[in-house]
Design a protein around this ligand. Structure first.
Ligand code: ZN
Length: 286
């Protein structure tokens, strides 16, 4: 599942490959991808003759900014964009094709079919579903420590599910939450309001550092992520704890453990991320 850094890499790659191209026509082969407008023909007609000005991002959503419309696209589990010449064979699971006037095509492929596309009149997408309720953008200037603390600091729920909730902070999924908590030395099951200010500072800095590191590494390898078929691949940054159950912690050497928090597989180092208990809690044995 792509998270903010991977989507950001796709965004940057698309900006190199398709900006300034004009849509000749759009073919939709799978109706369920198209969420708005309801009718796939109407969807296709809206983009005919439109030139792509820029691809932006809000959380894990790509925003294709055309002359008069914005197309909001979520890749979900397996969505992929690729740029091809129109005479190249169509691969299986290609559901939407944007045919450009210059003889190239932007193709959307999605094996799992969970991806979504919405079209809005220009500038109306940010105030409507699915973007309206999204939380803080962690790589924006507006993502200050104060904004972070105000949003999460007083919550009584566990920190990991809180960080995964897109209504608070967008773009961080299971992988980068585990990586950020590890970097901050915070156990994923700590309740947010039990975190001290220095811990919150560490966590805030860890989130920004983790995402920036991944975006930078992805950005520097953008070209190598367009494969022979023109498909824009998913960059996955070198990870410290995620997916490393049973391996040695890169900081202390203790074995990395895997547990389930809020229904999600969670990797952490029990030594670097201790579960501190509240004073006196459970002090008396029954
Ligand atoms: Zn450790």
């Amino acid at each position: 599942m792509p998270e903010l850094p991977e989507v950001e890499t796709v965004r940057r790659t698309l900006n190199q490959l398709v900006i300034g191209k004009t849509v000749d026509r759009v073919s939709v082969h799978l109706k369920r991808i198209i969420q708005k407008p309801d009718d796939t023909e109407a969807f296709a007609l809206l983009l005919e003759g439109e030139t792509l000005q820029m691809v932006e991002r809000r959380g894990k959503f790509l925003r294709f900014m055309f002359d008069h419309y914005t197309m909001v696209s979520h890749l979900r589990m397996e969505g992929r964009y690729g740029v091809y010449k129109d005479d190249e064979p169509m691969e299986p699971h290609t559901h939407v094709v944007f045919h450009f006037t210059d003889g190239t095509e932007l193709r959307y492929k999605d094996v799992r079919q969970f991806g979504t596309m919405h079209i809005f009149p220009k500038d109306q997408d940010l105030t409507e579903k699915p973007l309206a309720k999204l939380g803080l953008e962690p790589l924006d200037e507006a993502f200050t420590f104060e904004a972070f603390r105000e949003k999460l600091g007083s919550k009584t729920t566990k920190i990991k599910p809180l960080l995964l909730n897109q209504e608070y902070i967008v773009g961080i999924g299971n992988i980068y939450v585990d990586e950020s908590l590890f970097l901050a030395g915070i156990h994923p099951e700590r309740e947010a309001n039990t975190l001290t200010k220095p811990e919150l500072v560490k966590l805030y800095e860890a989130i920004v550092a983790t995402l920036n590191e991944a975006v930078a590494a992805g950005g520097s390898s953008v070209k190598s992520y367009v494969n022979g078929q023109g498909e824009i691949g998913m960059f996955q940054h070198q990870l410290r704890v995620y997916g490393r159950k049973g391996e040695a912690c890169p900081t202390c050497g203790h074995e990395i453990e895997k547990t389930v928090v809020g229904g999600r597989g969670t990797h952490f180092c029990p030594k670097c991320q201790p579960m501190k208990r509240k004073k006196r809690s459970k002090a008396v044995k029954a």
